[in-house]
Write a protein that binds this ligand. Structure first.
Ligand code: ZN
Length: 273
């Protein structure tokens, strides 16, 4: 399950921090060392690029309800008890994915393809469910019921700070022009999973059993640029899609990947380059 993978990830990342073998980007606030110098031409990173608290923002609840209704009408379901800032985050990320795909209806069609496939046809709509559960994983995509669950622990800044650290977000292979919250990165990652599953499901339904987004990823993105070194490609690709939606700059190789993937979004899997 994806949830187990997340836990393994976190374990590895925590171990990496503890033993000081911090890979590309170093620990939070750690100075760059010679071993961290990499051969890419990037702008200096913001000193503090990852946040763990959600923005304390004014939210017009009527406007937010309208936004949620629009996504509901397209086919996305929301369940559970949400704080306005949490809902704002989820809606912003859906909007962002819609922009990457270029068409909100097309985005929902891809997500629904995943839900149909993973639920063996029993479900259609992707549900984002806010649950009052605690612990790890703080967020997870469950294919069988067709839902992404966001637990209380995801929105506890201290919990997320203690348990999630995606080092690559502070490394040389990303360009952040704003602060990115760990919560939005995690939610975007989970939607990335659904997105990948949807593209695979579409390919299968068109008789293309050889669609390998993961193989494309491995072919285009060098190992040292992976967001989650040592993890299966599917996990890296899920984050790749998520950070793309969030507007996070990556590398020329990832840009090339994005260009190739957009063709799949636009035209369907039959016209894969
Ligand atoms: Zn994952």
């Amino acid at each position: 399950m994806n949830g187990n993978r997340i836990v393994r990830w976190i374990t590895r990342i925590v171990i990496a921090i503890v033993v000081g073998s911090v890979g590309l980007s170093g620990g939070v606030g750690a100075p760059a060392s010679a071993s961290q110098v990499v051969n890419v031409d990037v702008e200096p990173q913001l000193a503090s690029s990852i946040t763990y608290e959600l923005d304390d923002q004014y939210i017009d609840l009527d406007a937010q309800n309208d936004r949620r209704q629009v996504w509901h009408d397209r086919g996305i379901r929301f369940k559970g008890s949400w704080q306005p800032e949490e809902m704002a985050l989820a809606l912003d990320i859906l909007d962002a994915f819609g922009e990457v795909v270029g068409d909100d209806e097309r985005l929902v069609a891809i997500l629904e393809a995943a839900v149909r496939a993973k639920s063996f046809g029993f479900k259609r709509h992707l549900t984002l469910e806010r649950k009052s559960s605690w612990g790890l994983p703080a967020a997870v995509w469950y294919g069988l019921p067709g839902k992404i669950v966001l637990n209380d622990s995801l929105f506890d800044a201290q919990f997320v700070y203690d348990n999630y650290y995606w080092s690559f977000l502070e490394g040389a292979y990303v360009t952040l022009d704003r602060e990115v919250s760990m919560q939005e990165a995690i939610i975007a990652h989970e939607i990335g999973h659904v997105f990948i599953d949807g593209l695979h499901a579409e390919a299968r339904s068109e008789g293309d059993r050889d669609l390998s987004l993961e193989a494309l990823y491995d072919a285009v993105v060098p190992p040292e640029q992976l967001p989650h070194t040592g993890y299966v490609t599917n996990e890296n690709l899920a984050t790749e899609l998520g950070v793309w939606a969030l507007g996070i700059g990556r590398t020329t190789e990832v840009d090339a990947l994005r260009t190739r993937l957009v063709v799949r979004f636009d035209t369907g899997v039959a016209a894969v380059p």
